[in-house]
Design a protein around this ligand. Structure first.
Ligand code: NDP
Length: 483
């Protein structure tokens, strides 16, 4: 029995029932029990106020989100299985930050376009026009944050959005739609549809949709980008990664271990930018592994609303099976050395034992050809790879089709910038890992994506440019003036 009221669609400014009558359930990952029934179907929509008015609405929505932070975070915790210590400090806040960022950006004239004086009596102006109806398709790992990162830029640029959350984590979407309406967004500007991949595919191919912004796996992204670009739709693709973290020989050991743990165990490893390939100098092996093992008890699984808990279960039964099968593969087929963790469940209280819990797992002495090193696992599974020279580490780090994130730990400023410059990835960090503020444009290289979200660059993906040449000379330059 679902414990919350059913979730319906949200369009034309209000909650509406699905005429299809189809429903599915969302499940609490900590206990494996259903939370709510979700109605599934597709509606459609349109209108638009000027930038300063849009800015006010987005600012108000950010304010309401912050006021309702804990209540929304609570729902995210139940739906995704993330510890409340995380959802209450990161998920809603980092979404609201982006709303505020773009509200300020457009309020300050950020979309005013350009004017170029061509000649004394001629100039060119380039206006930034909205695209129209845009589709946002989200993954299940950062539901409200993804919904906000997409809708903030989309609405700031003057578009309307039809948003489809992942069917695994749909609960935030209606709340966000209601907040936008309360903040003053006109009816029909932000709409929510529910359903699985077929609903996403329908949006992607719908002729009324001008742009698709997608967050999800590479394989799904390839299908979505293929369908969308074939119809000349704009696309933004935020896809998966298998990101390298290079620890240089001079790095501070304590910082390097903390960075590697954050890059692998935060959000139970369900972060697209995770640094799952940790390159460590061979000379540092004993010290690095010792310190890592000493710190593993700091990863604390437990009741999700307990303030001591910083590590939740995986997000769904399907995903749990996938991560466990990778861990088994690492032990049995890749034959990497299991430093800690493994396929057994961690110690959690009796009432949580049916949940999708997994231990933080570290494989060491890994090689580049192992499957656990090559493929995105999207769970708390770290692979340590030893190297002899930094040049070798950089070369091996780049030997992948993915290029989402990368990082380096070193005290040498020149080395830090040199290594980062050589790493083939769109999101990079020096002596830290994971922070992705509103100001930072983020997006993957190679198969990890197309385009960026956030920052000044992020909004460019939600507008089309119109350039106009104005001539005041009073005469048209023509080659057809005489016989
Ligand atoms: P999926 O690719 O499985 O799903 C993403 C979304 O696409 C879901 O809403 C899904 O619906 C929908 N979908 C599925 N099939 C289609 C289709 N044919 N056409 C259109 N939409 C479709 O990804 P996950 O949900 O498993 O998310 C995890 C992945 O997301 C990881 O690879 C991770 O790295 C990546 N990710 C990337 C981020 C980035 O910024 N680069 C950020 C966060 C995650 P439904 O779930 O309802 O079936």
């Amino acid at each position: 029995m679902a414990t919350s009221s059913p979730r319906q669609l949200y369009y034309d400014g209000q909650v509406r029932a699905a005429s299809s009558g189809k429903t599915f359930q969302t499940v609490n990952p900590a206990t494996a029990t259903p939370i709510a029934d979700i109605q599934s179907r597709i509606p459609f929509m349109v209108p638009n106020p000027p930038p300063i008015a849009r800015a006010r609405i987005l600012q108000k929505a950010a304010l309401i989100l912050r006021q309702r932070n804990d209540e929304i975070a609570r729902v995210e915790t139940l739906d995704c299985g993330k510890a409340f210590t995380e959802t209450s400090t990161v998920d809603v806040v980092t979404g609201a930050d982006v709303l505020e960022y773009y509200a300020n950006f457009i309020g300050g004239g950020g979309l005013n376009g350009e004017t170029t004086q061509l000649r004394e009596d001629a100039w060119v102006y380039t206006k930034k026009a909205p695209l129209g109806v845009c589709a946002g398709i989200g993954a299940w790992n950062y539901p409200i944050q993804i919904a906000l990162w997409k809708s903030a830029a989309c609405l700031a640029a003057g578009n309307t959005m039809v948003y489809k959350p992942s069917e695994y984590t749909p609960l935030h979407a209606q709340t966000l739609a209601e907040i936008y309406t309360e903040a003053g967004l006109p009816a029909g500007v932000f709409n929510v549809v529910h359903g699985a991949g077929d609903v996403g595919a329908y949006l992607t191919s719908h002729p009324a949709v001008a742009k698709v912004s997608f967050t999800g796996q590479v394989a799904t992204g390839q299908k979505v980008a293929g369908a969308a670009s074939g119809n000349m739709k704009y696309v933004t693709m935020e896809l998966g990664g298998k990101s390298p973290l290079i620890i240089c020989p001079d790095a501070d050991l304590e910082n390097a271990v903390d960075g590697a743990m954050m890059a692998n165990f935060y959000s139970t490893g369900q972060v697209c930018t995770n640094g799952t390939r940790v390159f460590v100098p061979r000379s540092m092996k004993a010290a690095f592994e010792k310190r890592l093992l000493e710190k593993i008890p700091y990863v604390r699984a437990g009741p999700l609303f307990d303030e001591q808990t910083n590590f939740g279960p995986l997000s769904s039964a399907v995903h749990y099976e996938k991560v466990i099968s990778y861990i088994r593969h690492g032990i049995q087929t890749d034959r990497a050395t299991l430093l800690c963790g493994g396929p057994e469940k961690p110690d959690v209280p009796q009432d949580l034992q049916a949940g999708f819990w997994v231990k933080p797992t570290i494989f060491t002495d890994c090689t580049d050809s192992m499957r656990i090193v090559k493929e995105e696992i999207f769970g708390p599974v770290m692979s340590i790879l030893y190297y002899d020279t930094v040049e070798e580490a950089v070369k091996r780090a780049n030997a992948t089709e993915l290029g989402l994130a990368a990082g380096v730990f070193t005290k040498d400023l020149n080395q830090a910038h040199r290594v980062i410059d050589q790493l083939q990835a769109g999101i990079t960090w020096i002596n830290t890992w994971g922070e992705s503020p509103a100001e930072m444009a983020v997006g993957g290289w190679k198969k990890s994506g197309l385009g960026v979200e956030n920052g000044r660059r992020g909004i460019e993906a939600w507008v089309q440019n119109k350039s106009t040449l104005v001539d005041m000379s009073g005469a048209v330059v023509t080659v057809f003036a005489k016989l």
